[in-house]
Design a protein around this ligand. Structure first.
Ligand SMILES: C[S@@+](CC[C@H](N)C(=O)[O-])C[C@H]1O[C@@H](n2cnc3c(N)ncnc32)[C@H](O)[C@@H]1O
Length: 281
């Protein structure tokens, strides 16, 4: 007899309030529950198991996603509920940093080609259209000007060294598997021009309260991939962390297993499990 799986306790109780409230704490709970559901859905899909128990768990997950309002509702909550220190307006930080670097004054080089991954709105960079040529994409486009496109399915050849800037704002934490997060960062690296800029926004606890990731460890991962950290913005007790990286040559890992397998870097009961892993070289 296969052992019965212990069901995870839902992060929020299934109530209509969860799907409709715009209170920040409810928004955060629902977004967290979406992450748990999508991660489990990916794990089950990848396992290739087709037995009745798996099928029924997948059905339950799908049903719960629908109860919460579907992926569209999740995106809407992200777009409307996450402001200022909760993400959402993070493009303003990226714009400010690019201006500090003088990227808005590169007359000789033409407009800066930017790929905005996970775009909820089509016009985040509209105010900079004189110097940024932005291509917004999303898994689930909410506007005709946003290309419905999975980043992982972008053609590696036609995108190789194509983009001067890539934005991954609250996207890495949306990707369910740690190895896929590492793969996303490596893909971004190969798609960027030499010296190109990568912007990353993450919920702060991903790096300050994870069992498997610290600020230093993330910096080391980025350096192995070939990204030099230029800027970092977060504050004690804040909700978000923002990073700006520049593409450079990858630095060789001293010990690849330090980055390809989960290792506990912080102990304690109230940690989260956010991790970024690199595939074995
Ligand atoms: C939390 S929202 C972030 C939205 C916005 N960038 C922000 O900072 O508020 C994450 C978005 O990333 C998108 N996304 C996740 N994985 C993706 C992928 N592989 N390709 C394209 N979009 C992706 C999701 O569809 C979702 O709309």
């Amino acid at each position: 007899m296969p052992k019965a799986r212990k069901r995870k306790t839902p992060i929020v109780a299934p109530s209509s309030d969860a799907a409709t409230s715009s209170r920040p704490e409810v928004t955060r709970s629902v977004i967290r529950e979406f992450h748990v559901l999508l991660k489990r859905q990916t794990q089950l899909g990848r396992s290739g198991t087709k037995d009745a128990a798996t099928a029924s768990e997948l059905d339950r997950i799908q049903q719960r996603i629908q109860e919460l309002g579907g992926l569209e509702r999740y995106q809407h909550m992200s777009a409307t509920g996450q402001k200022d220190d909760r993400g959402g307006g993070s493009h303003k930080i990226f714009i400010g940093w690019m201006k500090e670097l003088g990227l808005h004054k590169r007359e000789d080089k033409g407009k800066l080609k930017m790929l905005e991954v996970g775009a909820l709105l089509p016009d985040n960079y509209q105010s900079c259209s004189s110097w940024i040529d932005c291509r917004p994409i999303d898994l689930n486009s909410r506007h005709p000007a946003i290309l419905q496109q999975d980043f992982f399915l972008l053609d590696p050849l036609t995108n190789q060294e194509k983009w001067s800037a890539i934005s991954l704002s609250l996207v890495l934490n949306f990707v369910p598997e740690p190895k896929d997060r590492g793969r996303m960062l490596r893909m971004a690296h190969s798609m960027m021009v030499q010296d190109g800029h990568l912007f990353i926004a993450l919920p702060l606890p991903c790096v300050t309260n994870s069992r498997y990731l610290t600020i230093e460890h993330f910096k080391a991962i980025m350096s192995i991939i070939g990204f030099k950290q230029l800027k970092e913005k977060w504050r004690e007790g804040g909700k978000m962390v923002y990073y700006l990286y520049q593409k450079e040559e990858p630095s060789p890992a001293q010990d690849g297993t330090l980055f390809s397998k989960k290792r506990e870097l912080r102990a304690g009961p109230s940690r989260n499990n956010f991790a970024v892993l690199l595939a074995d070289a």
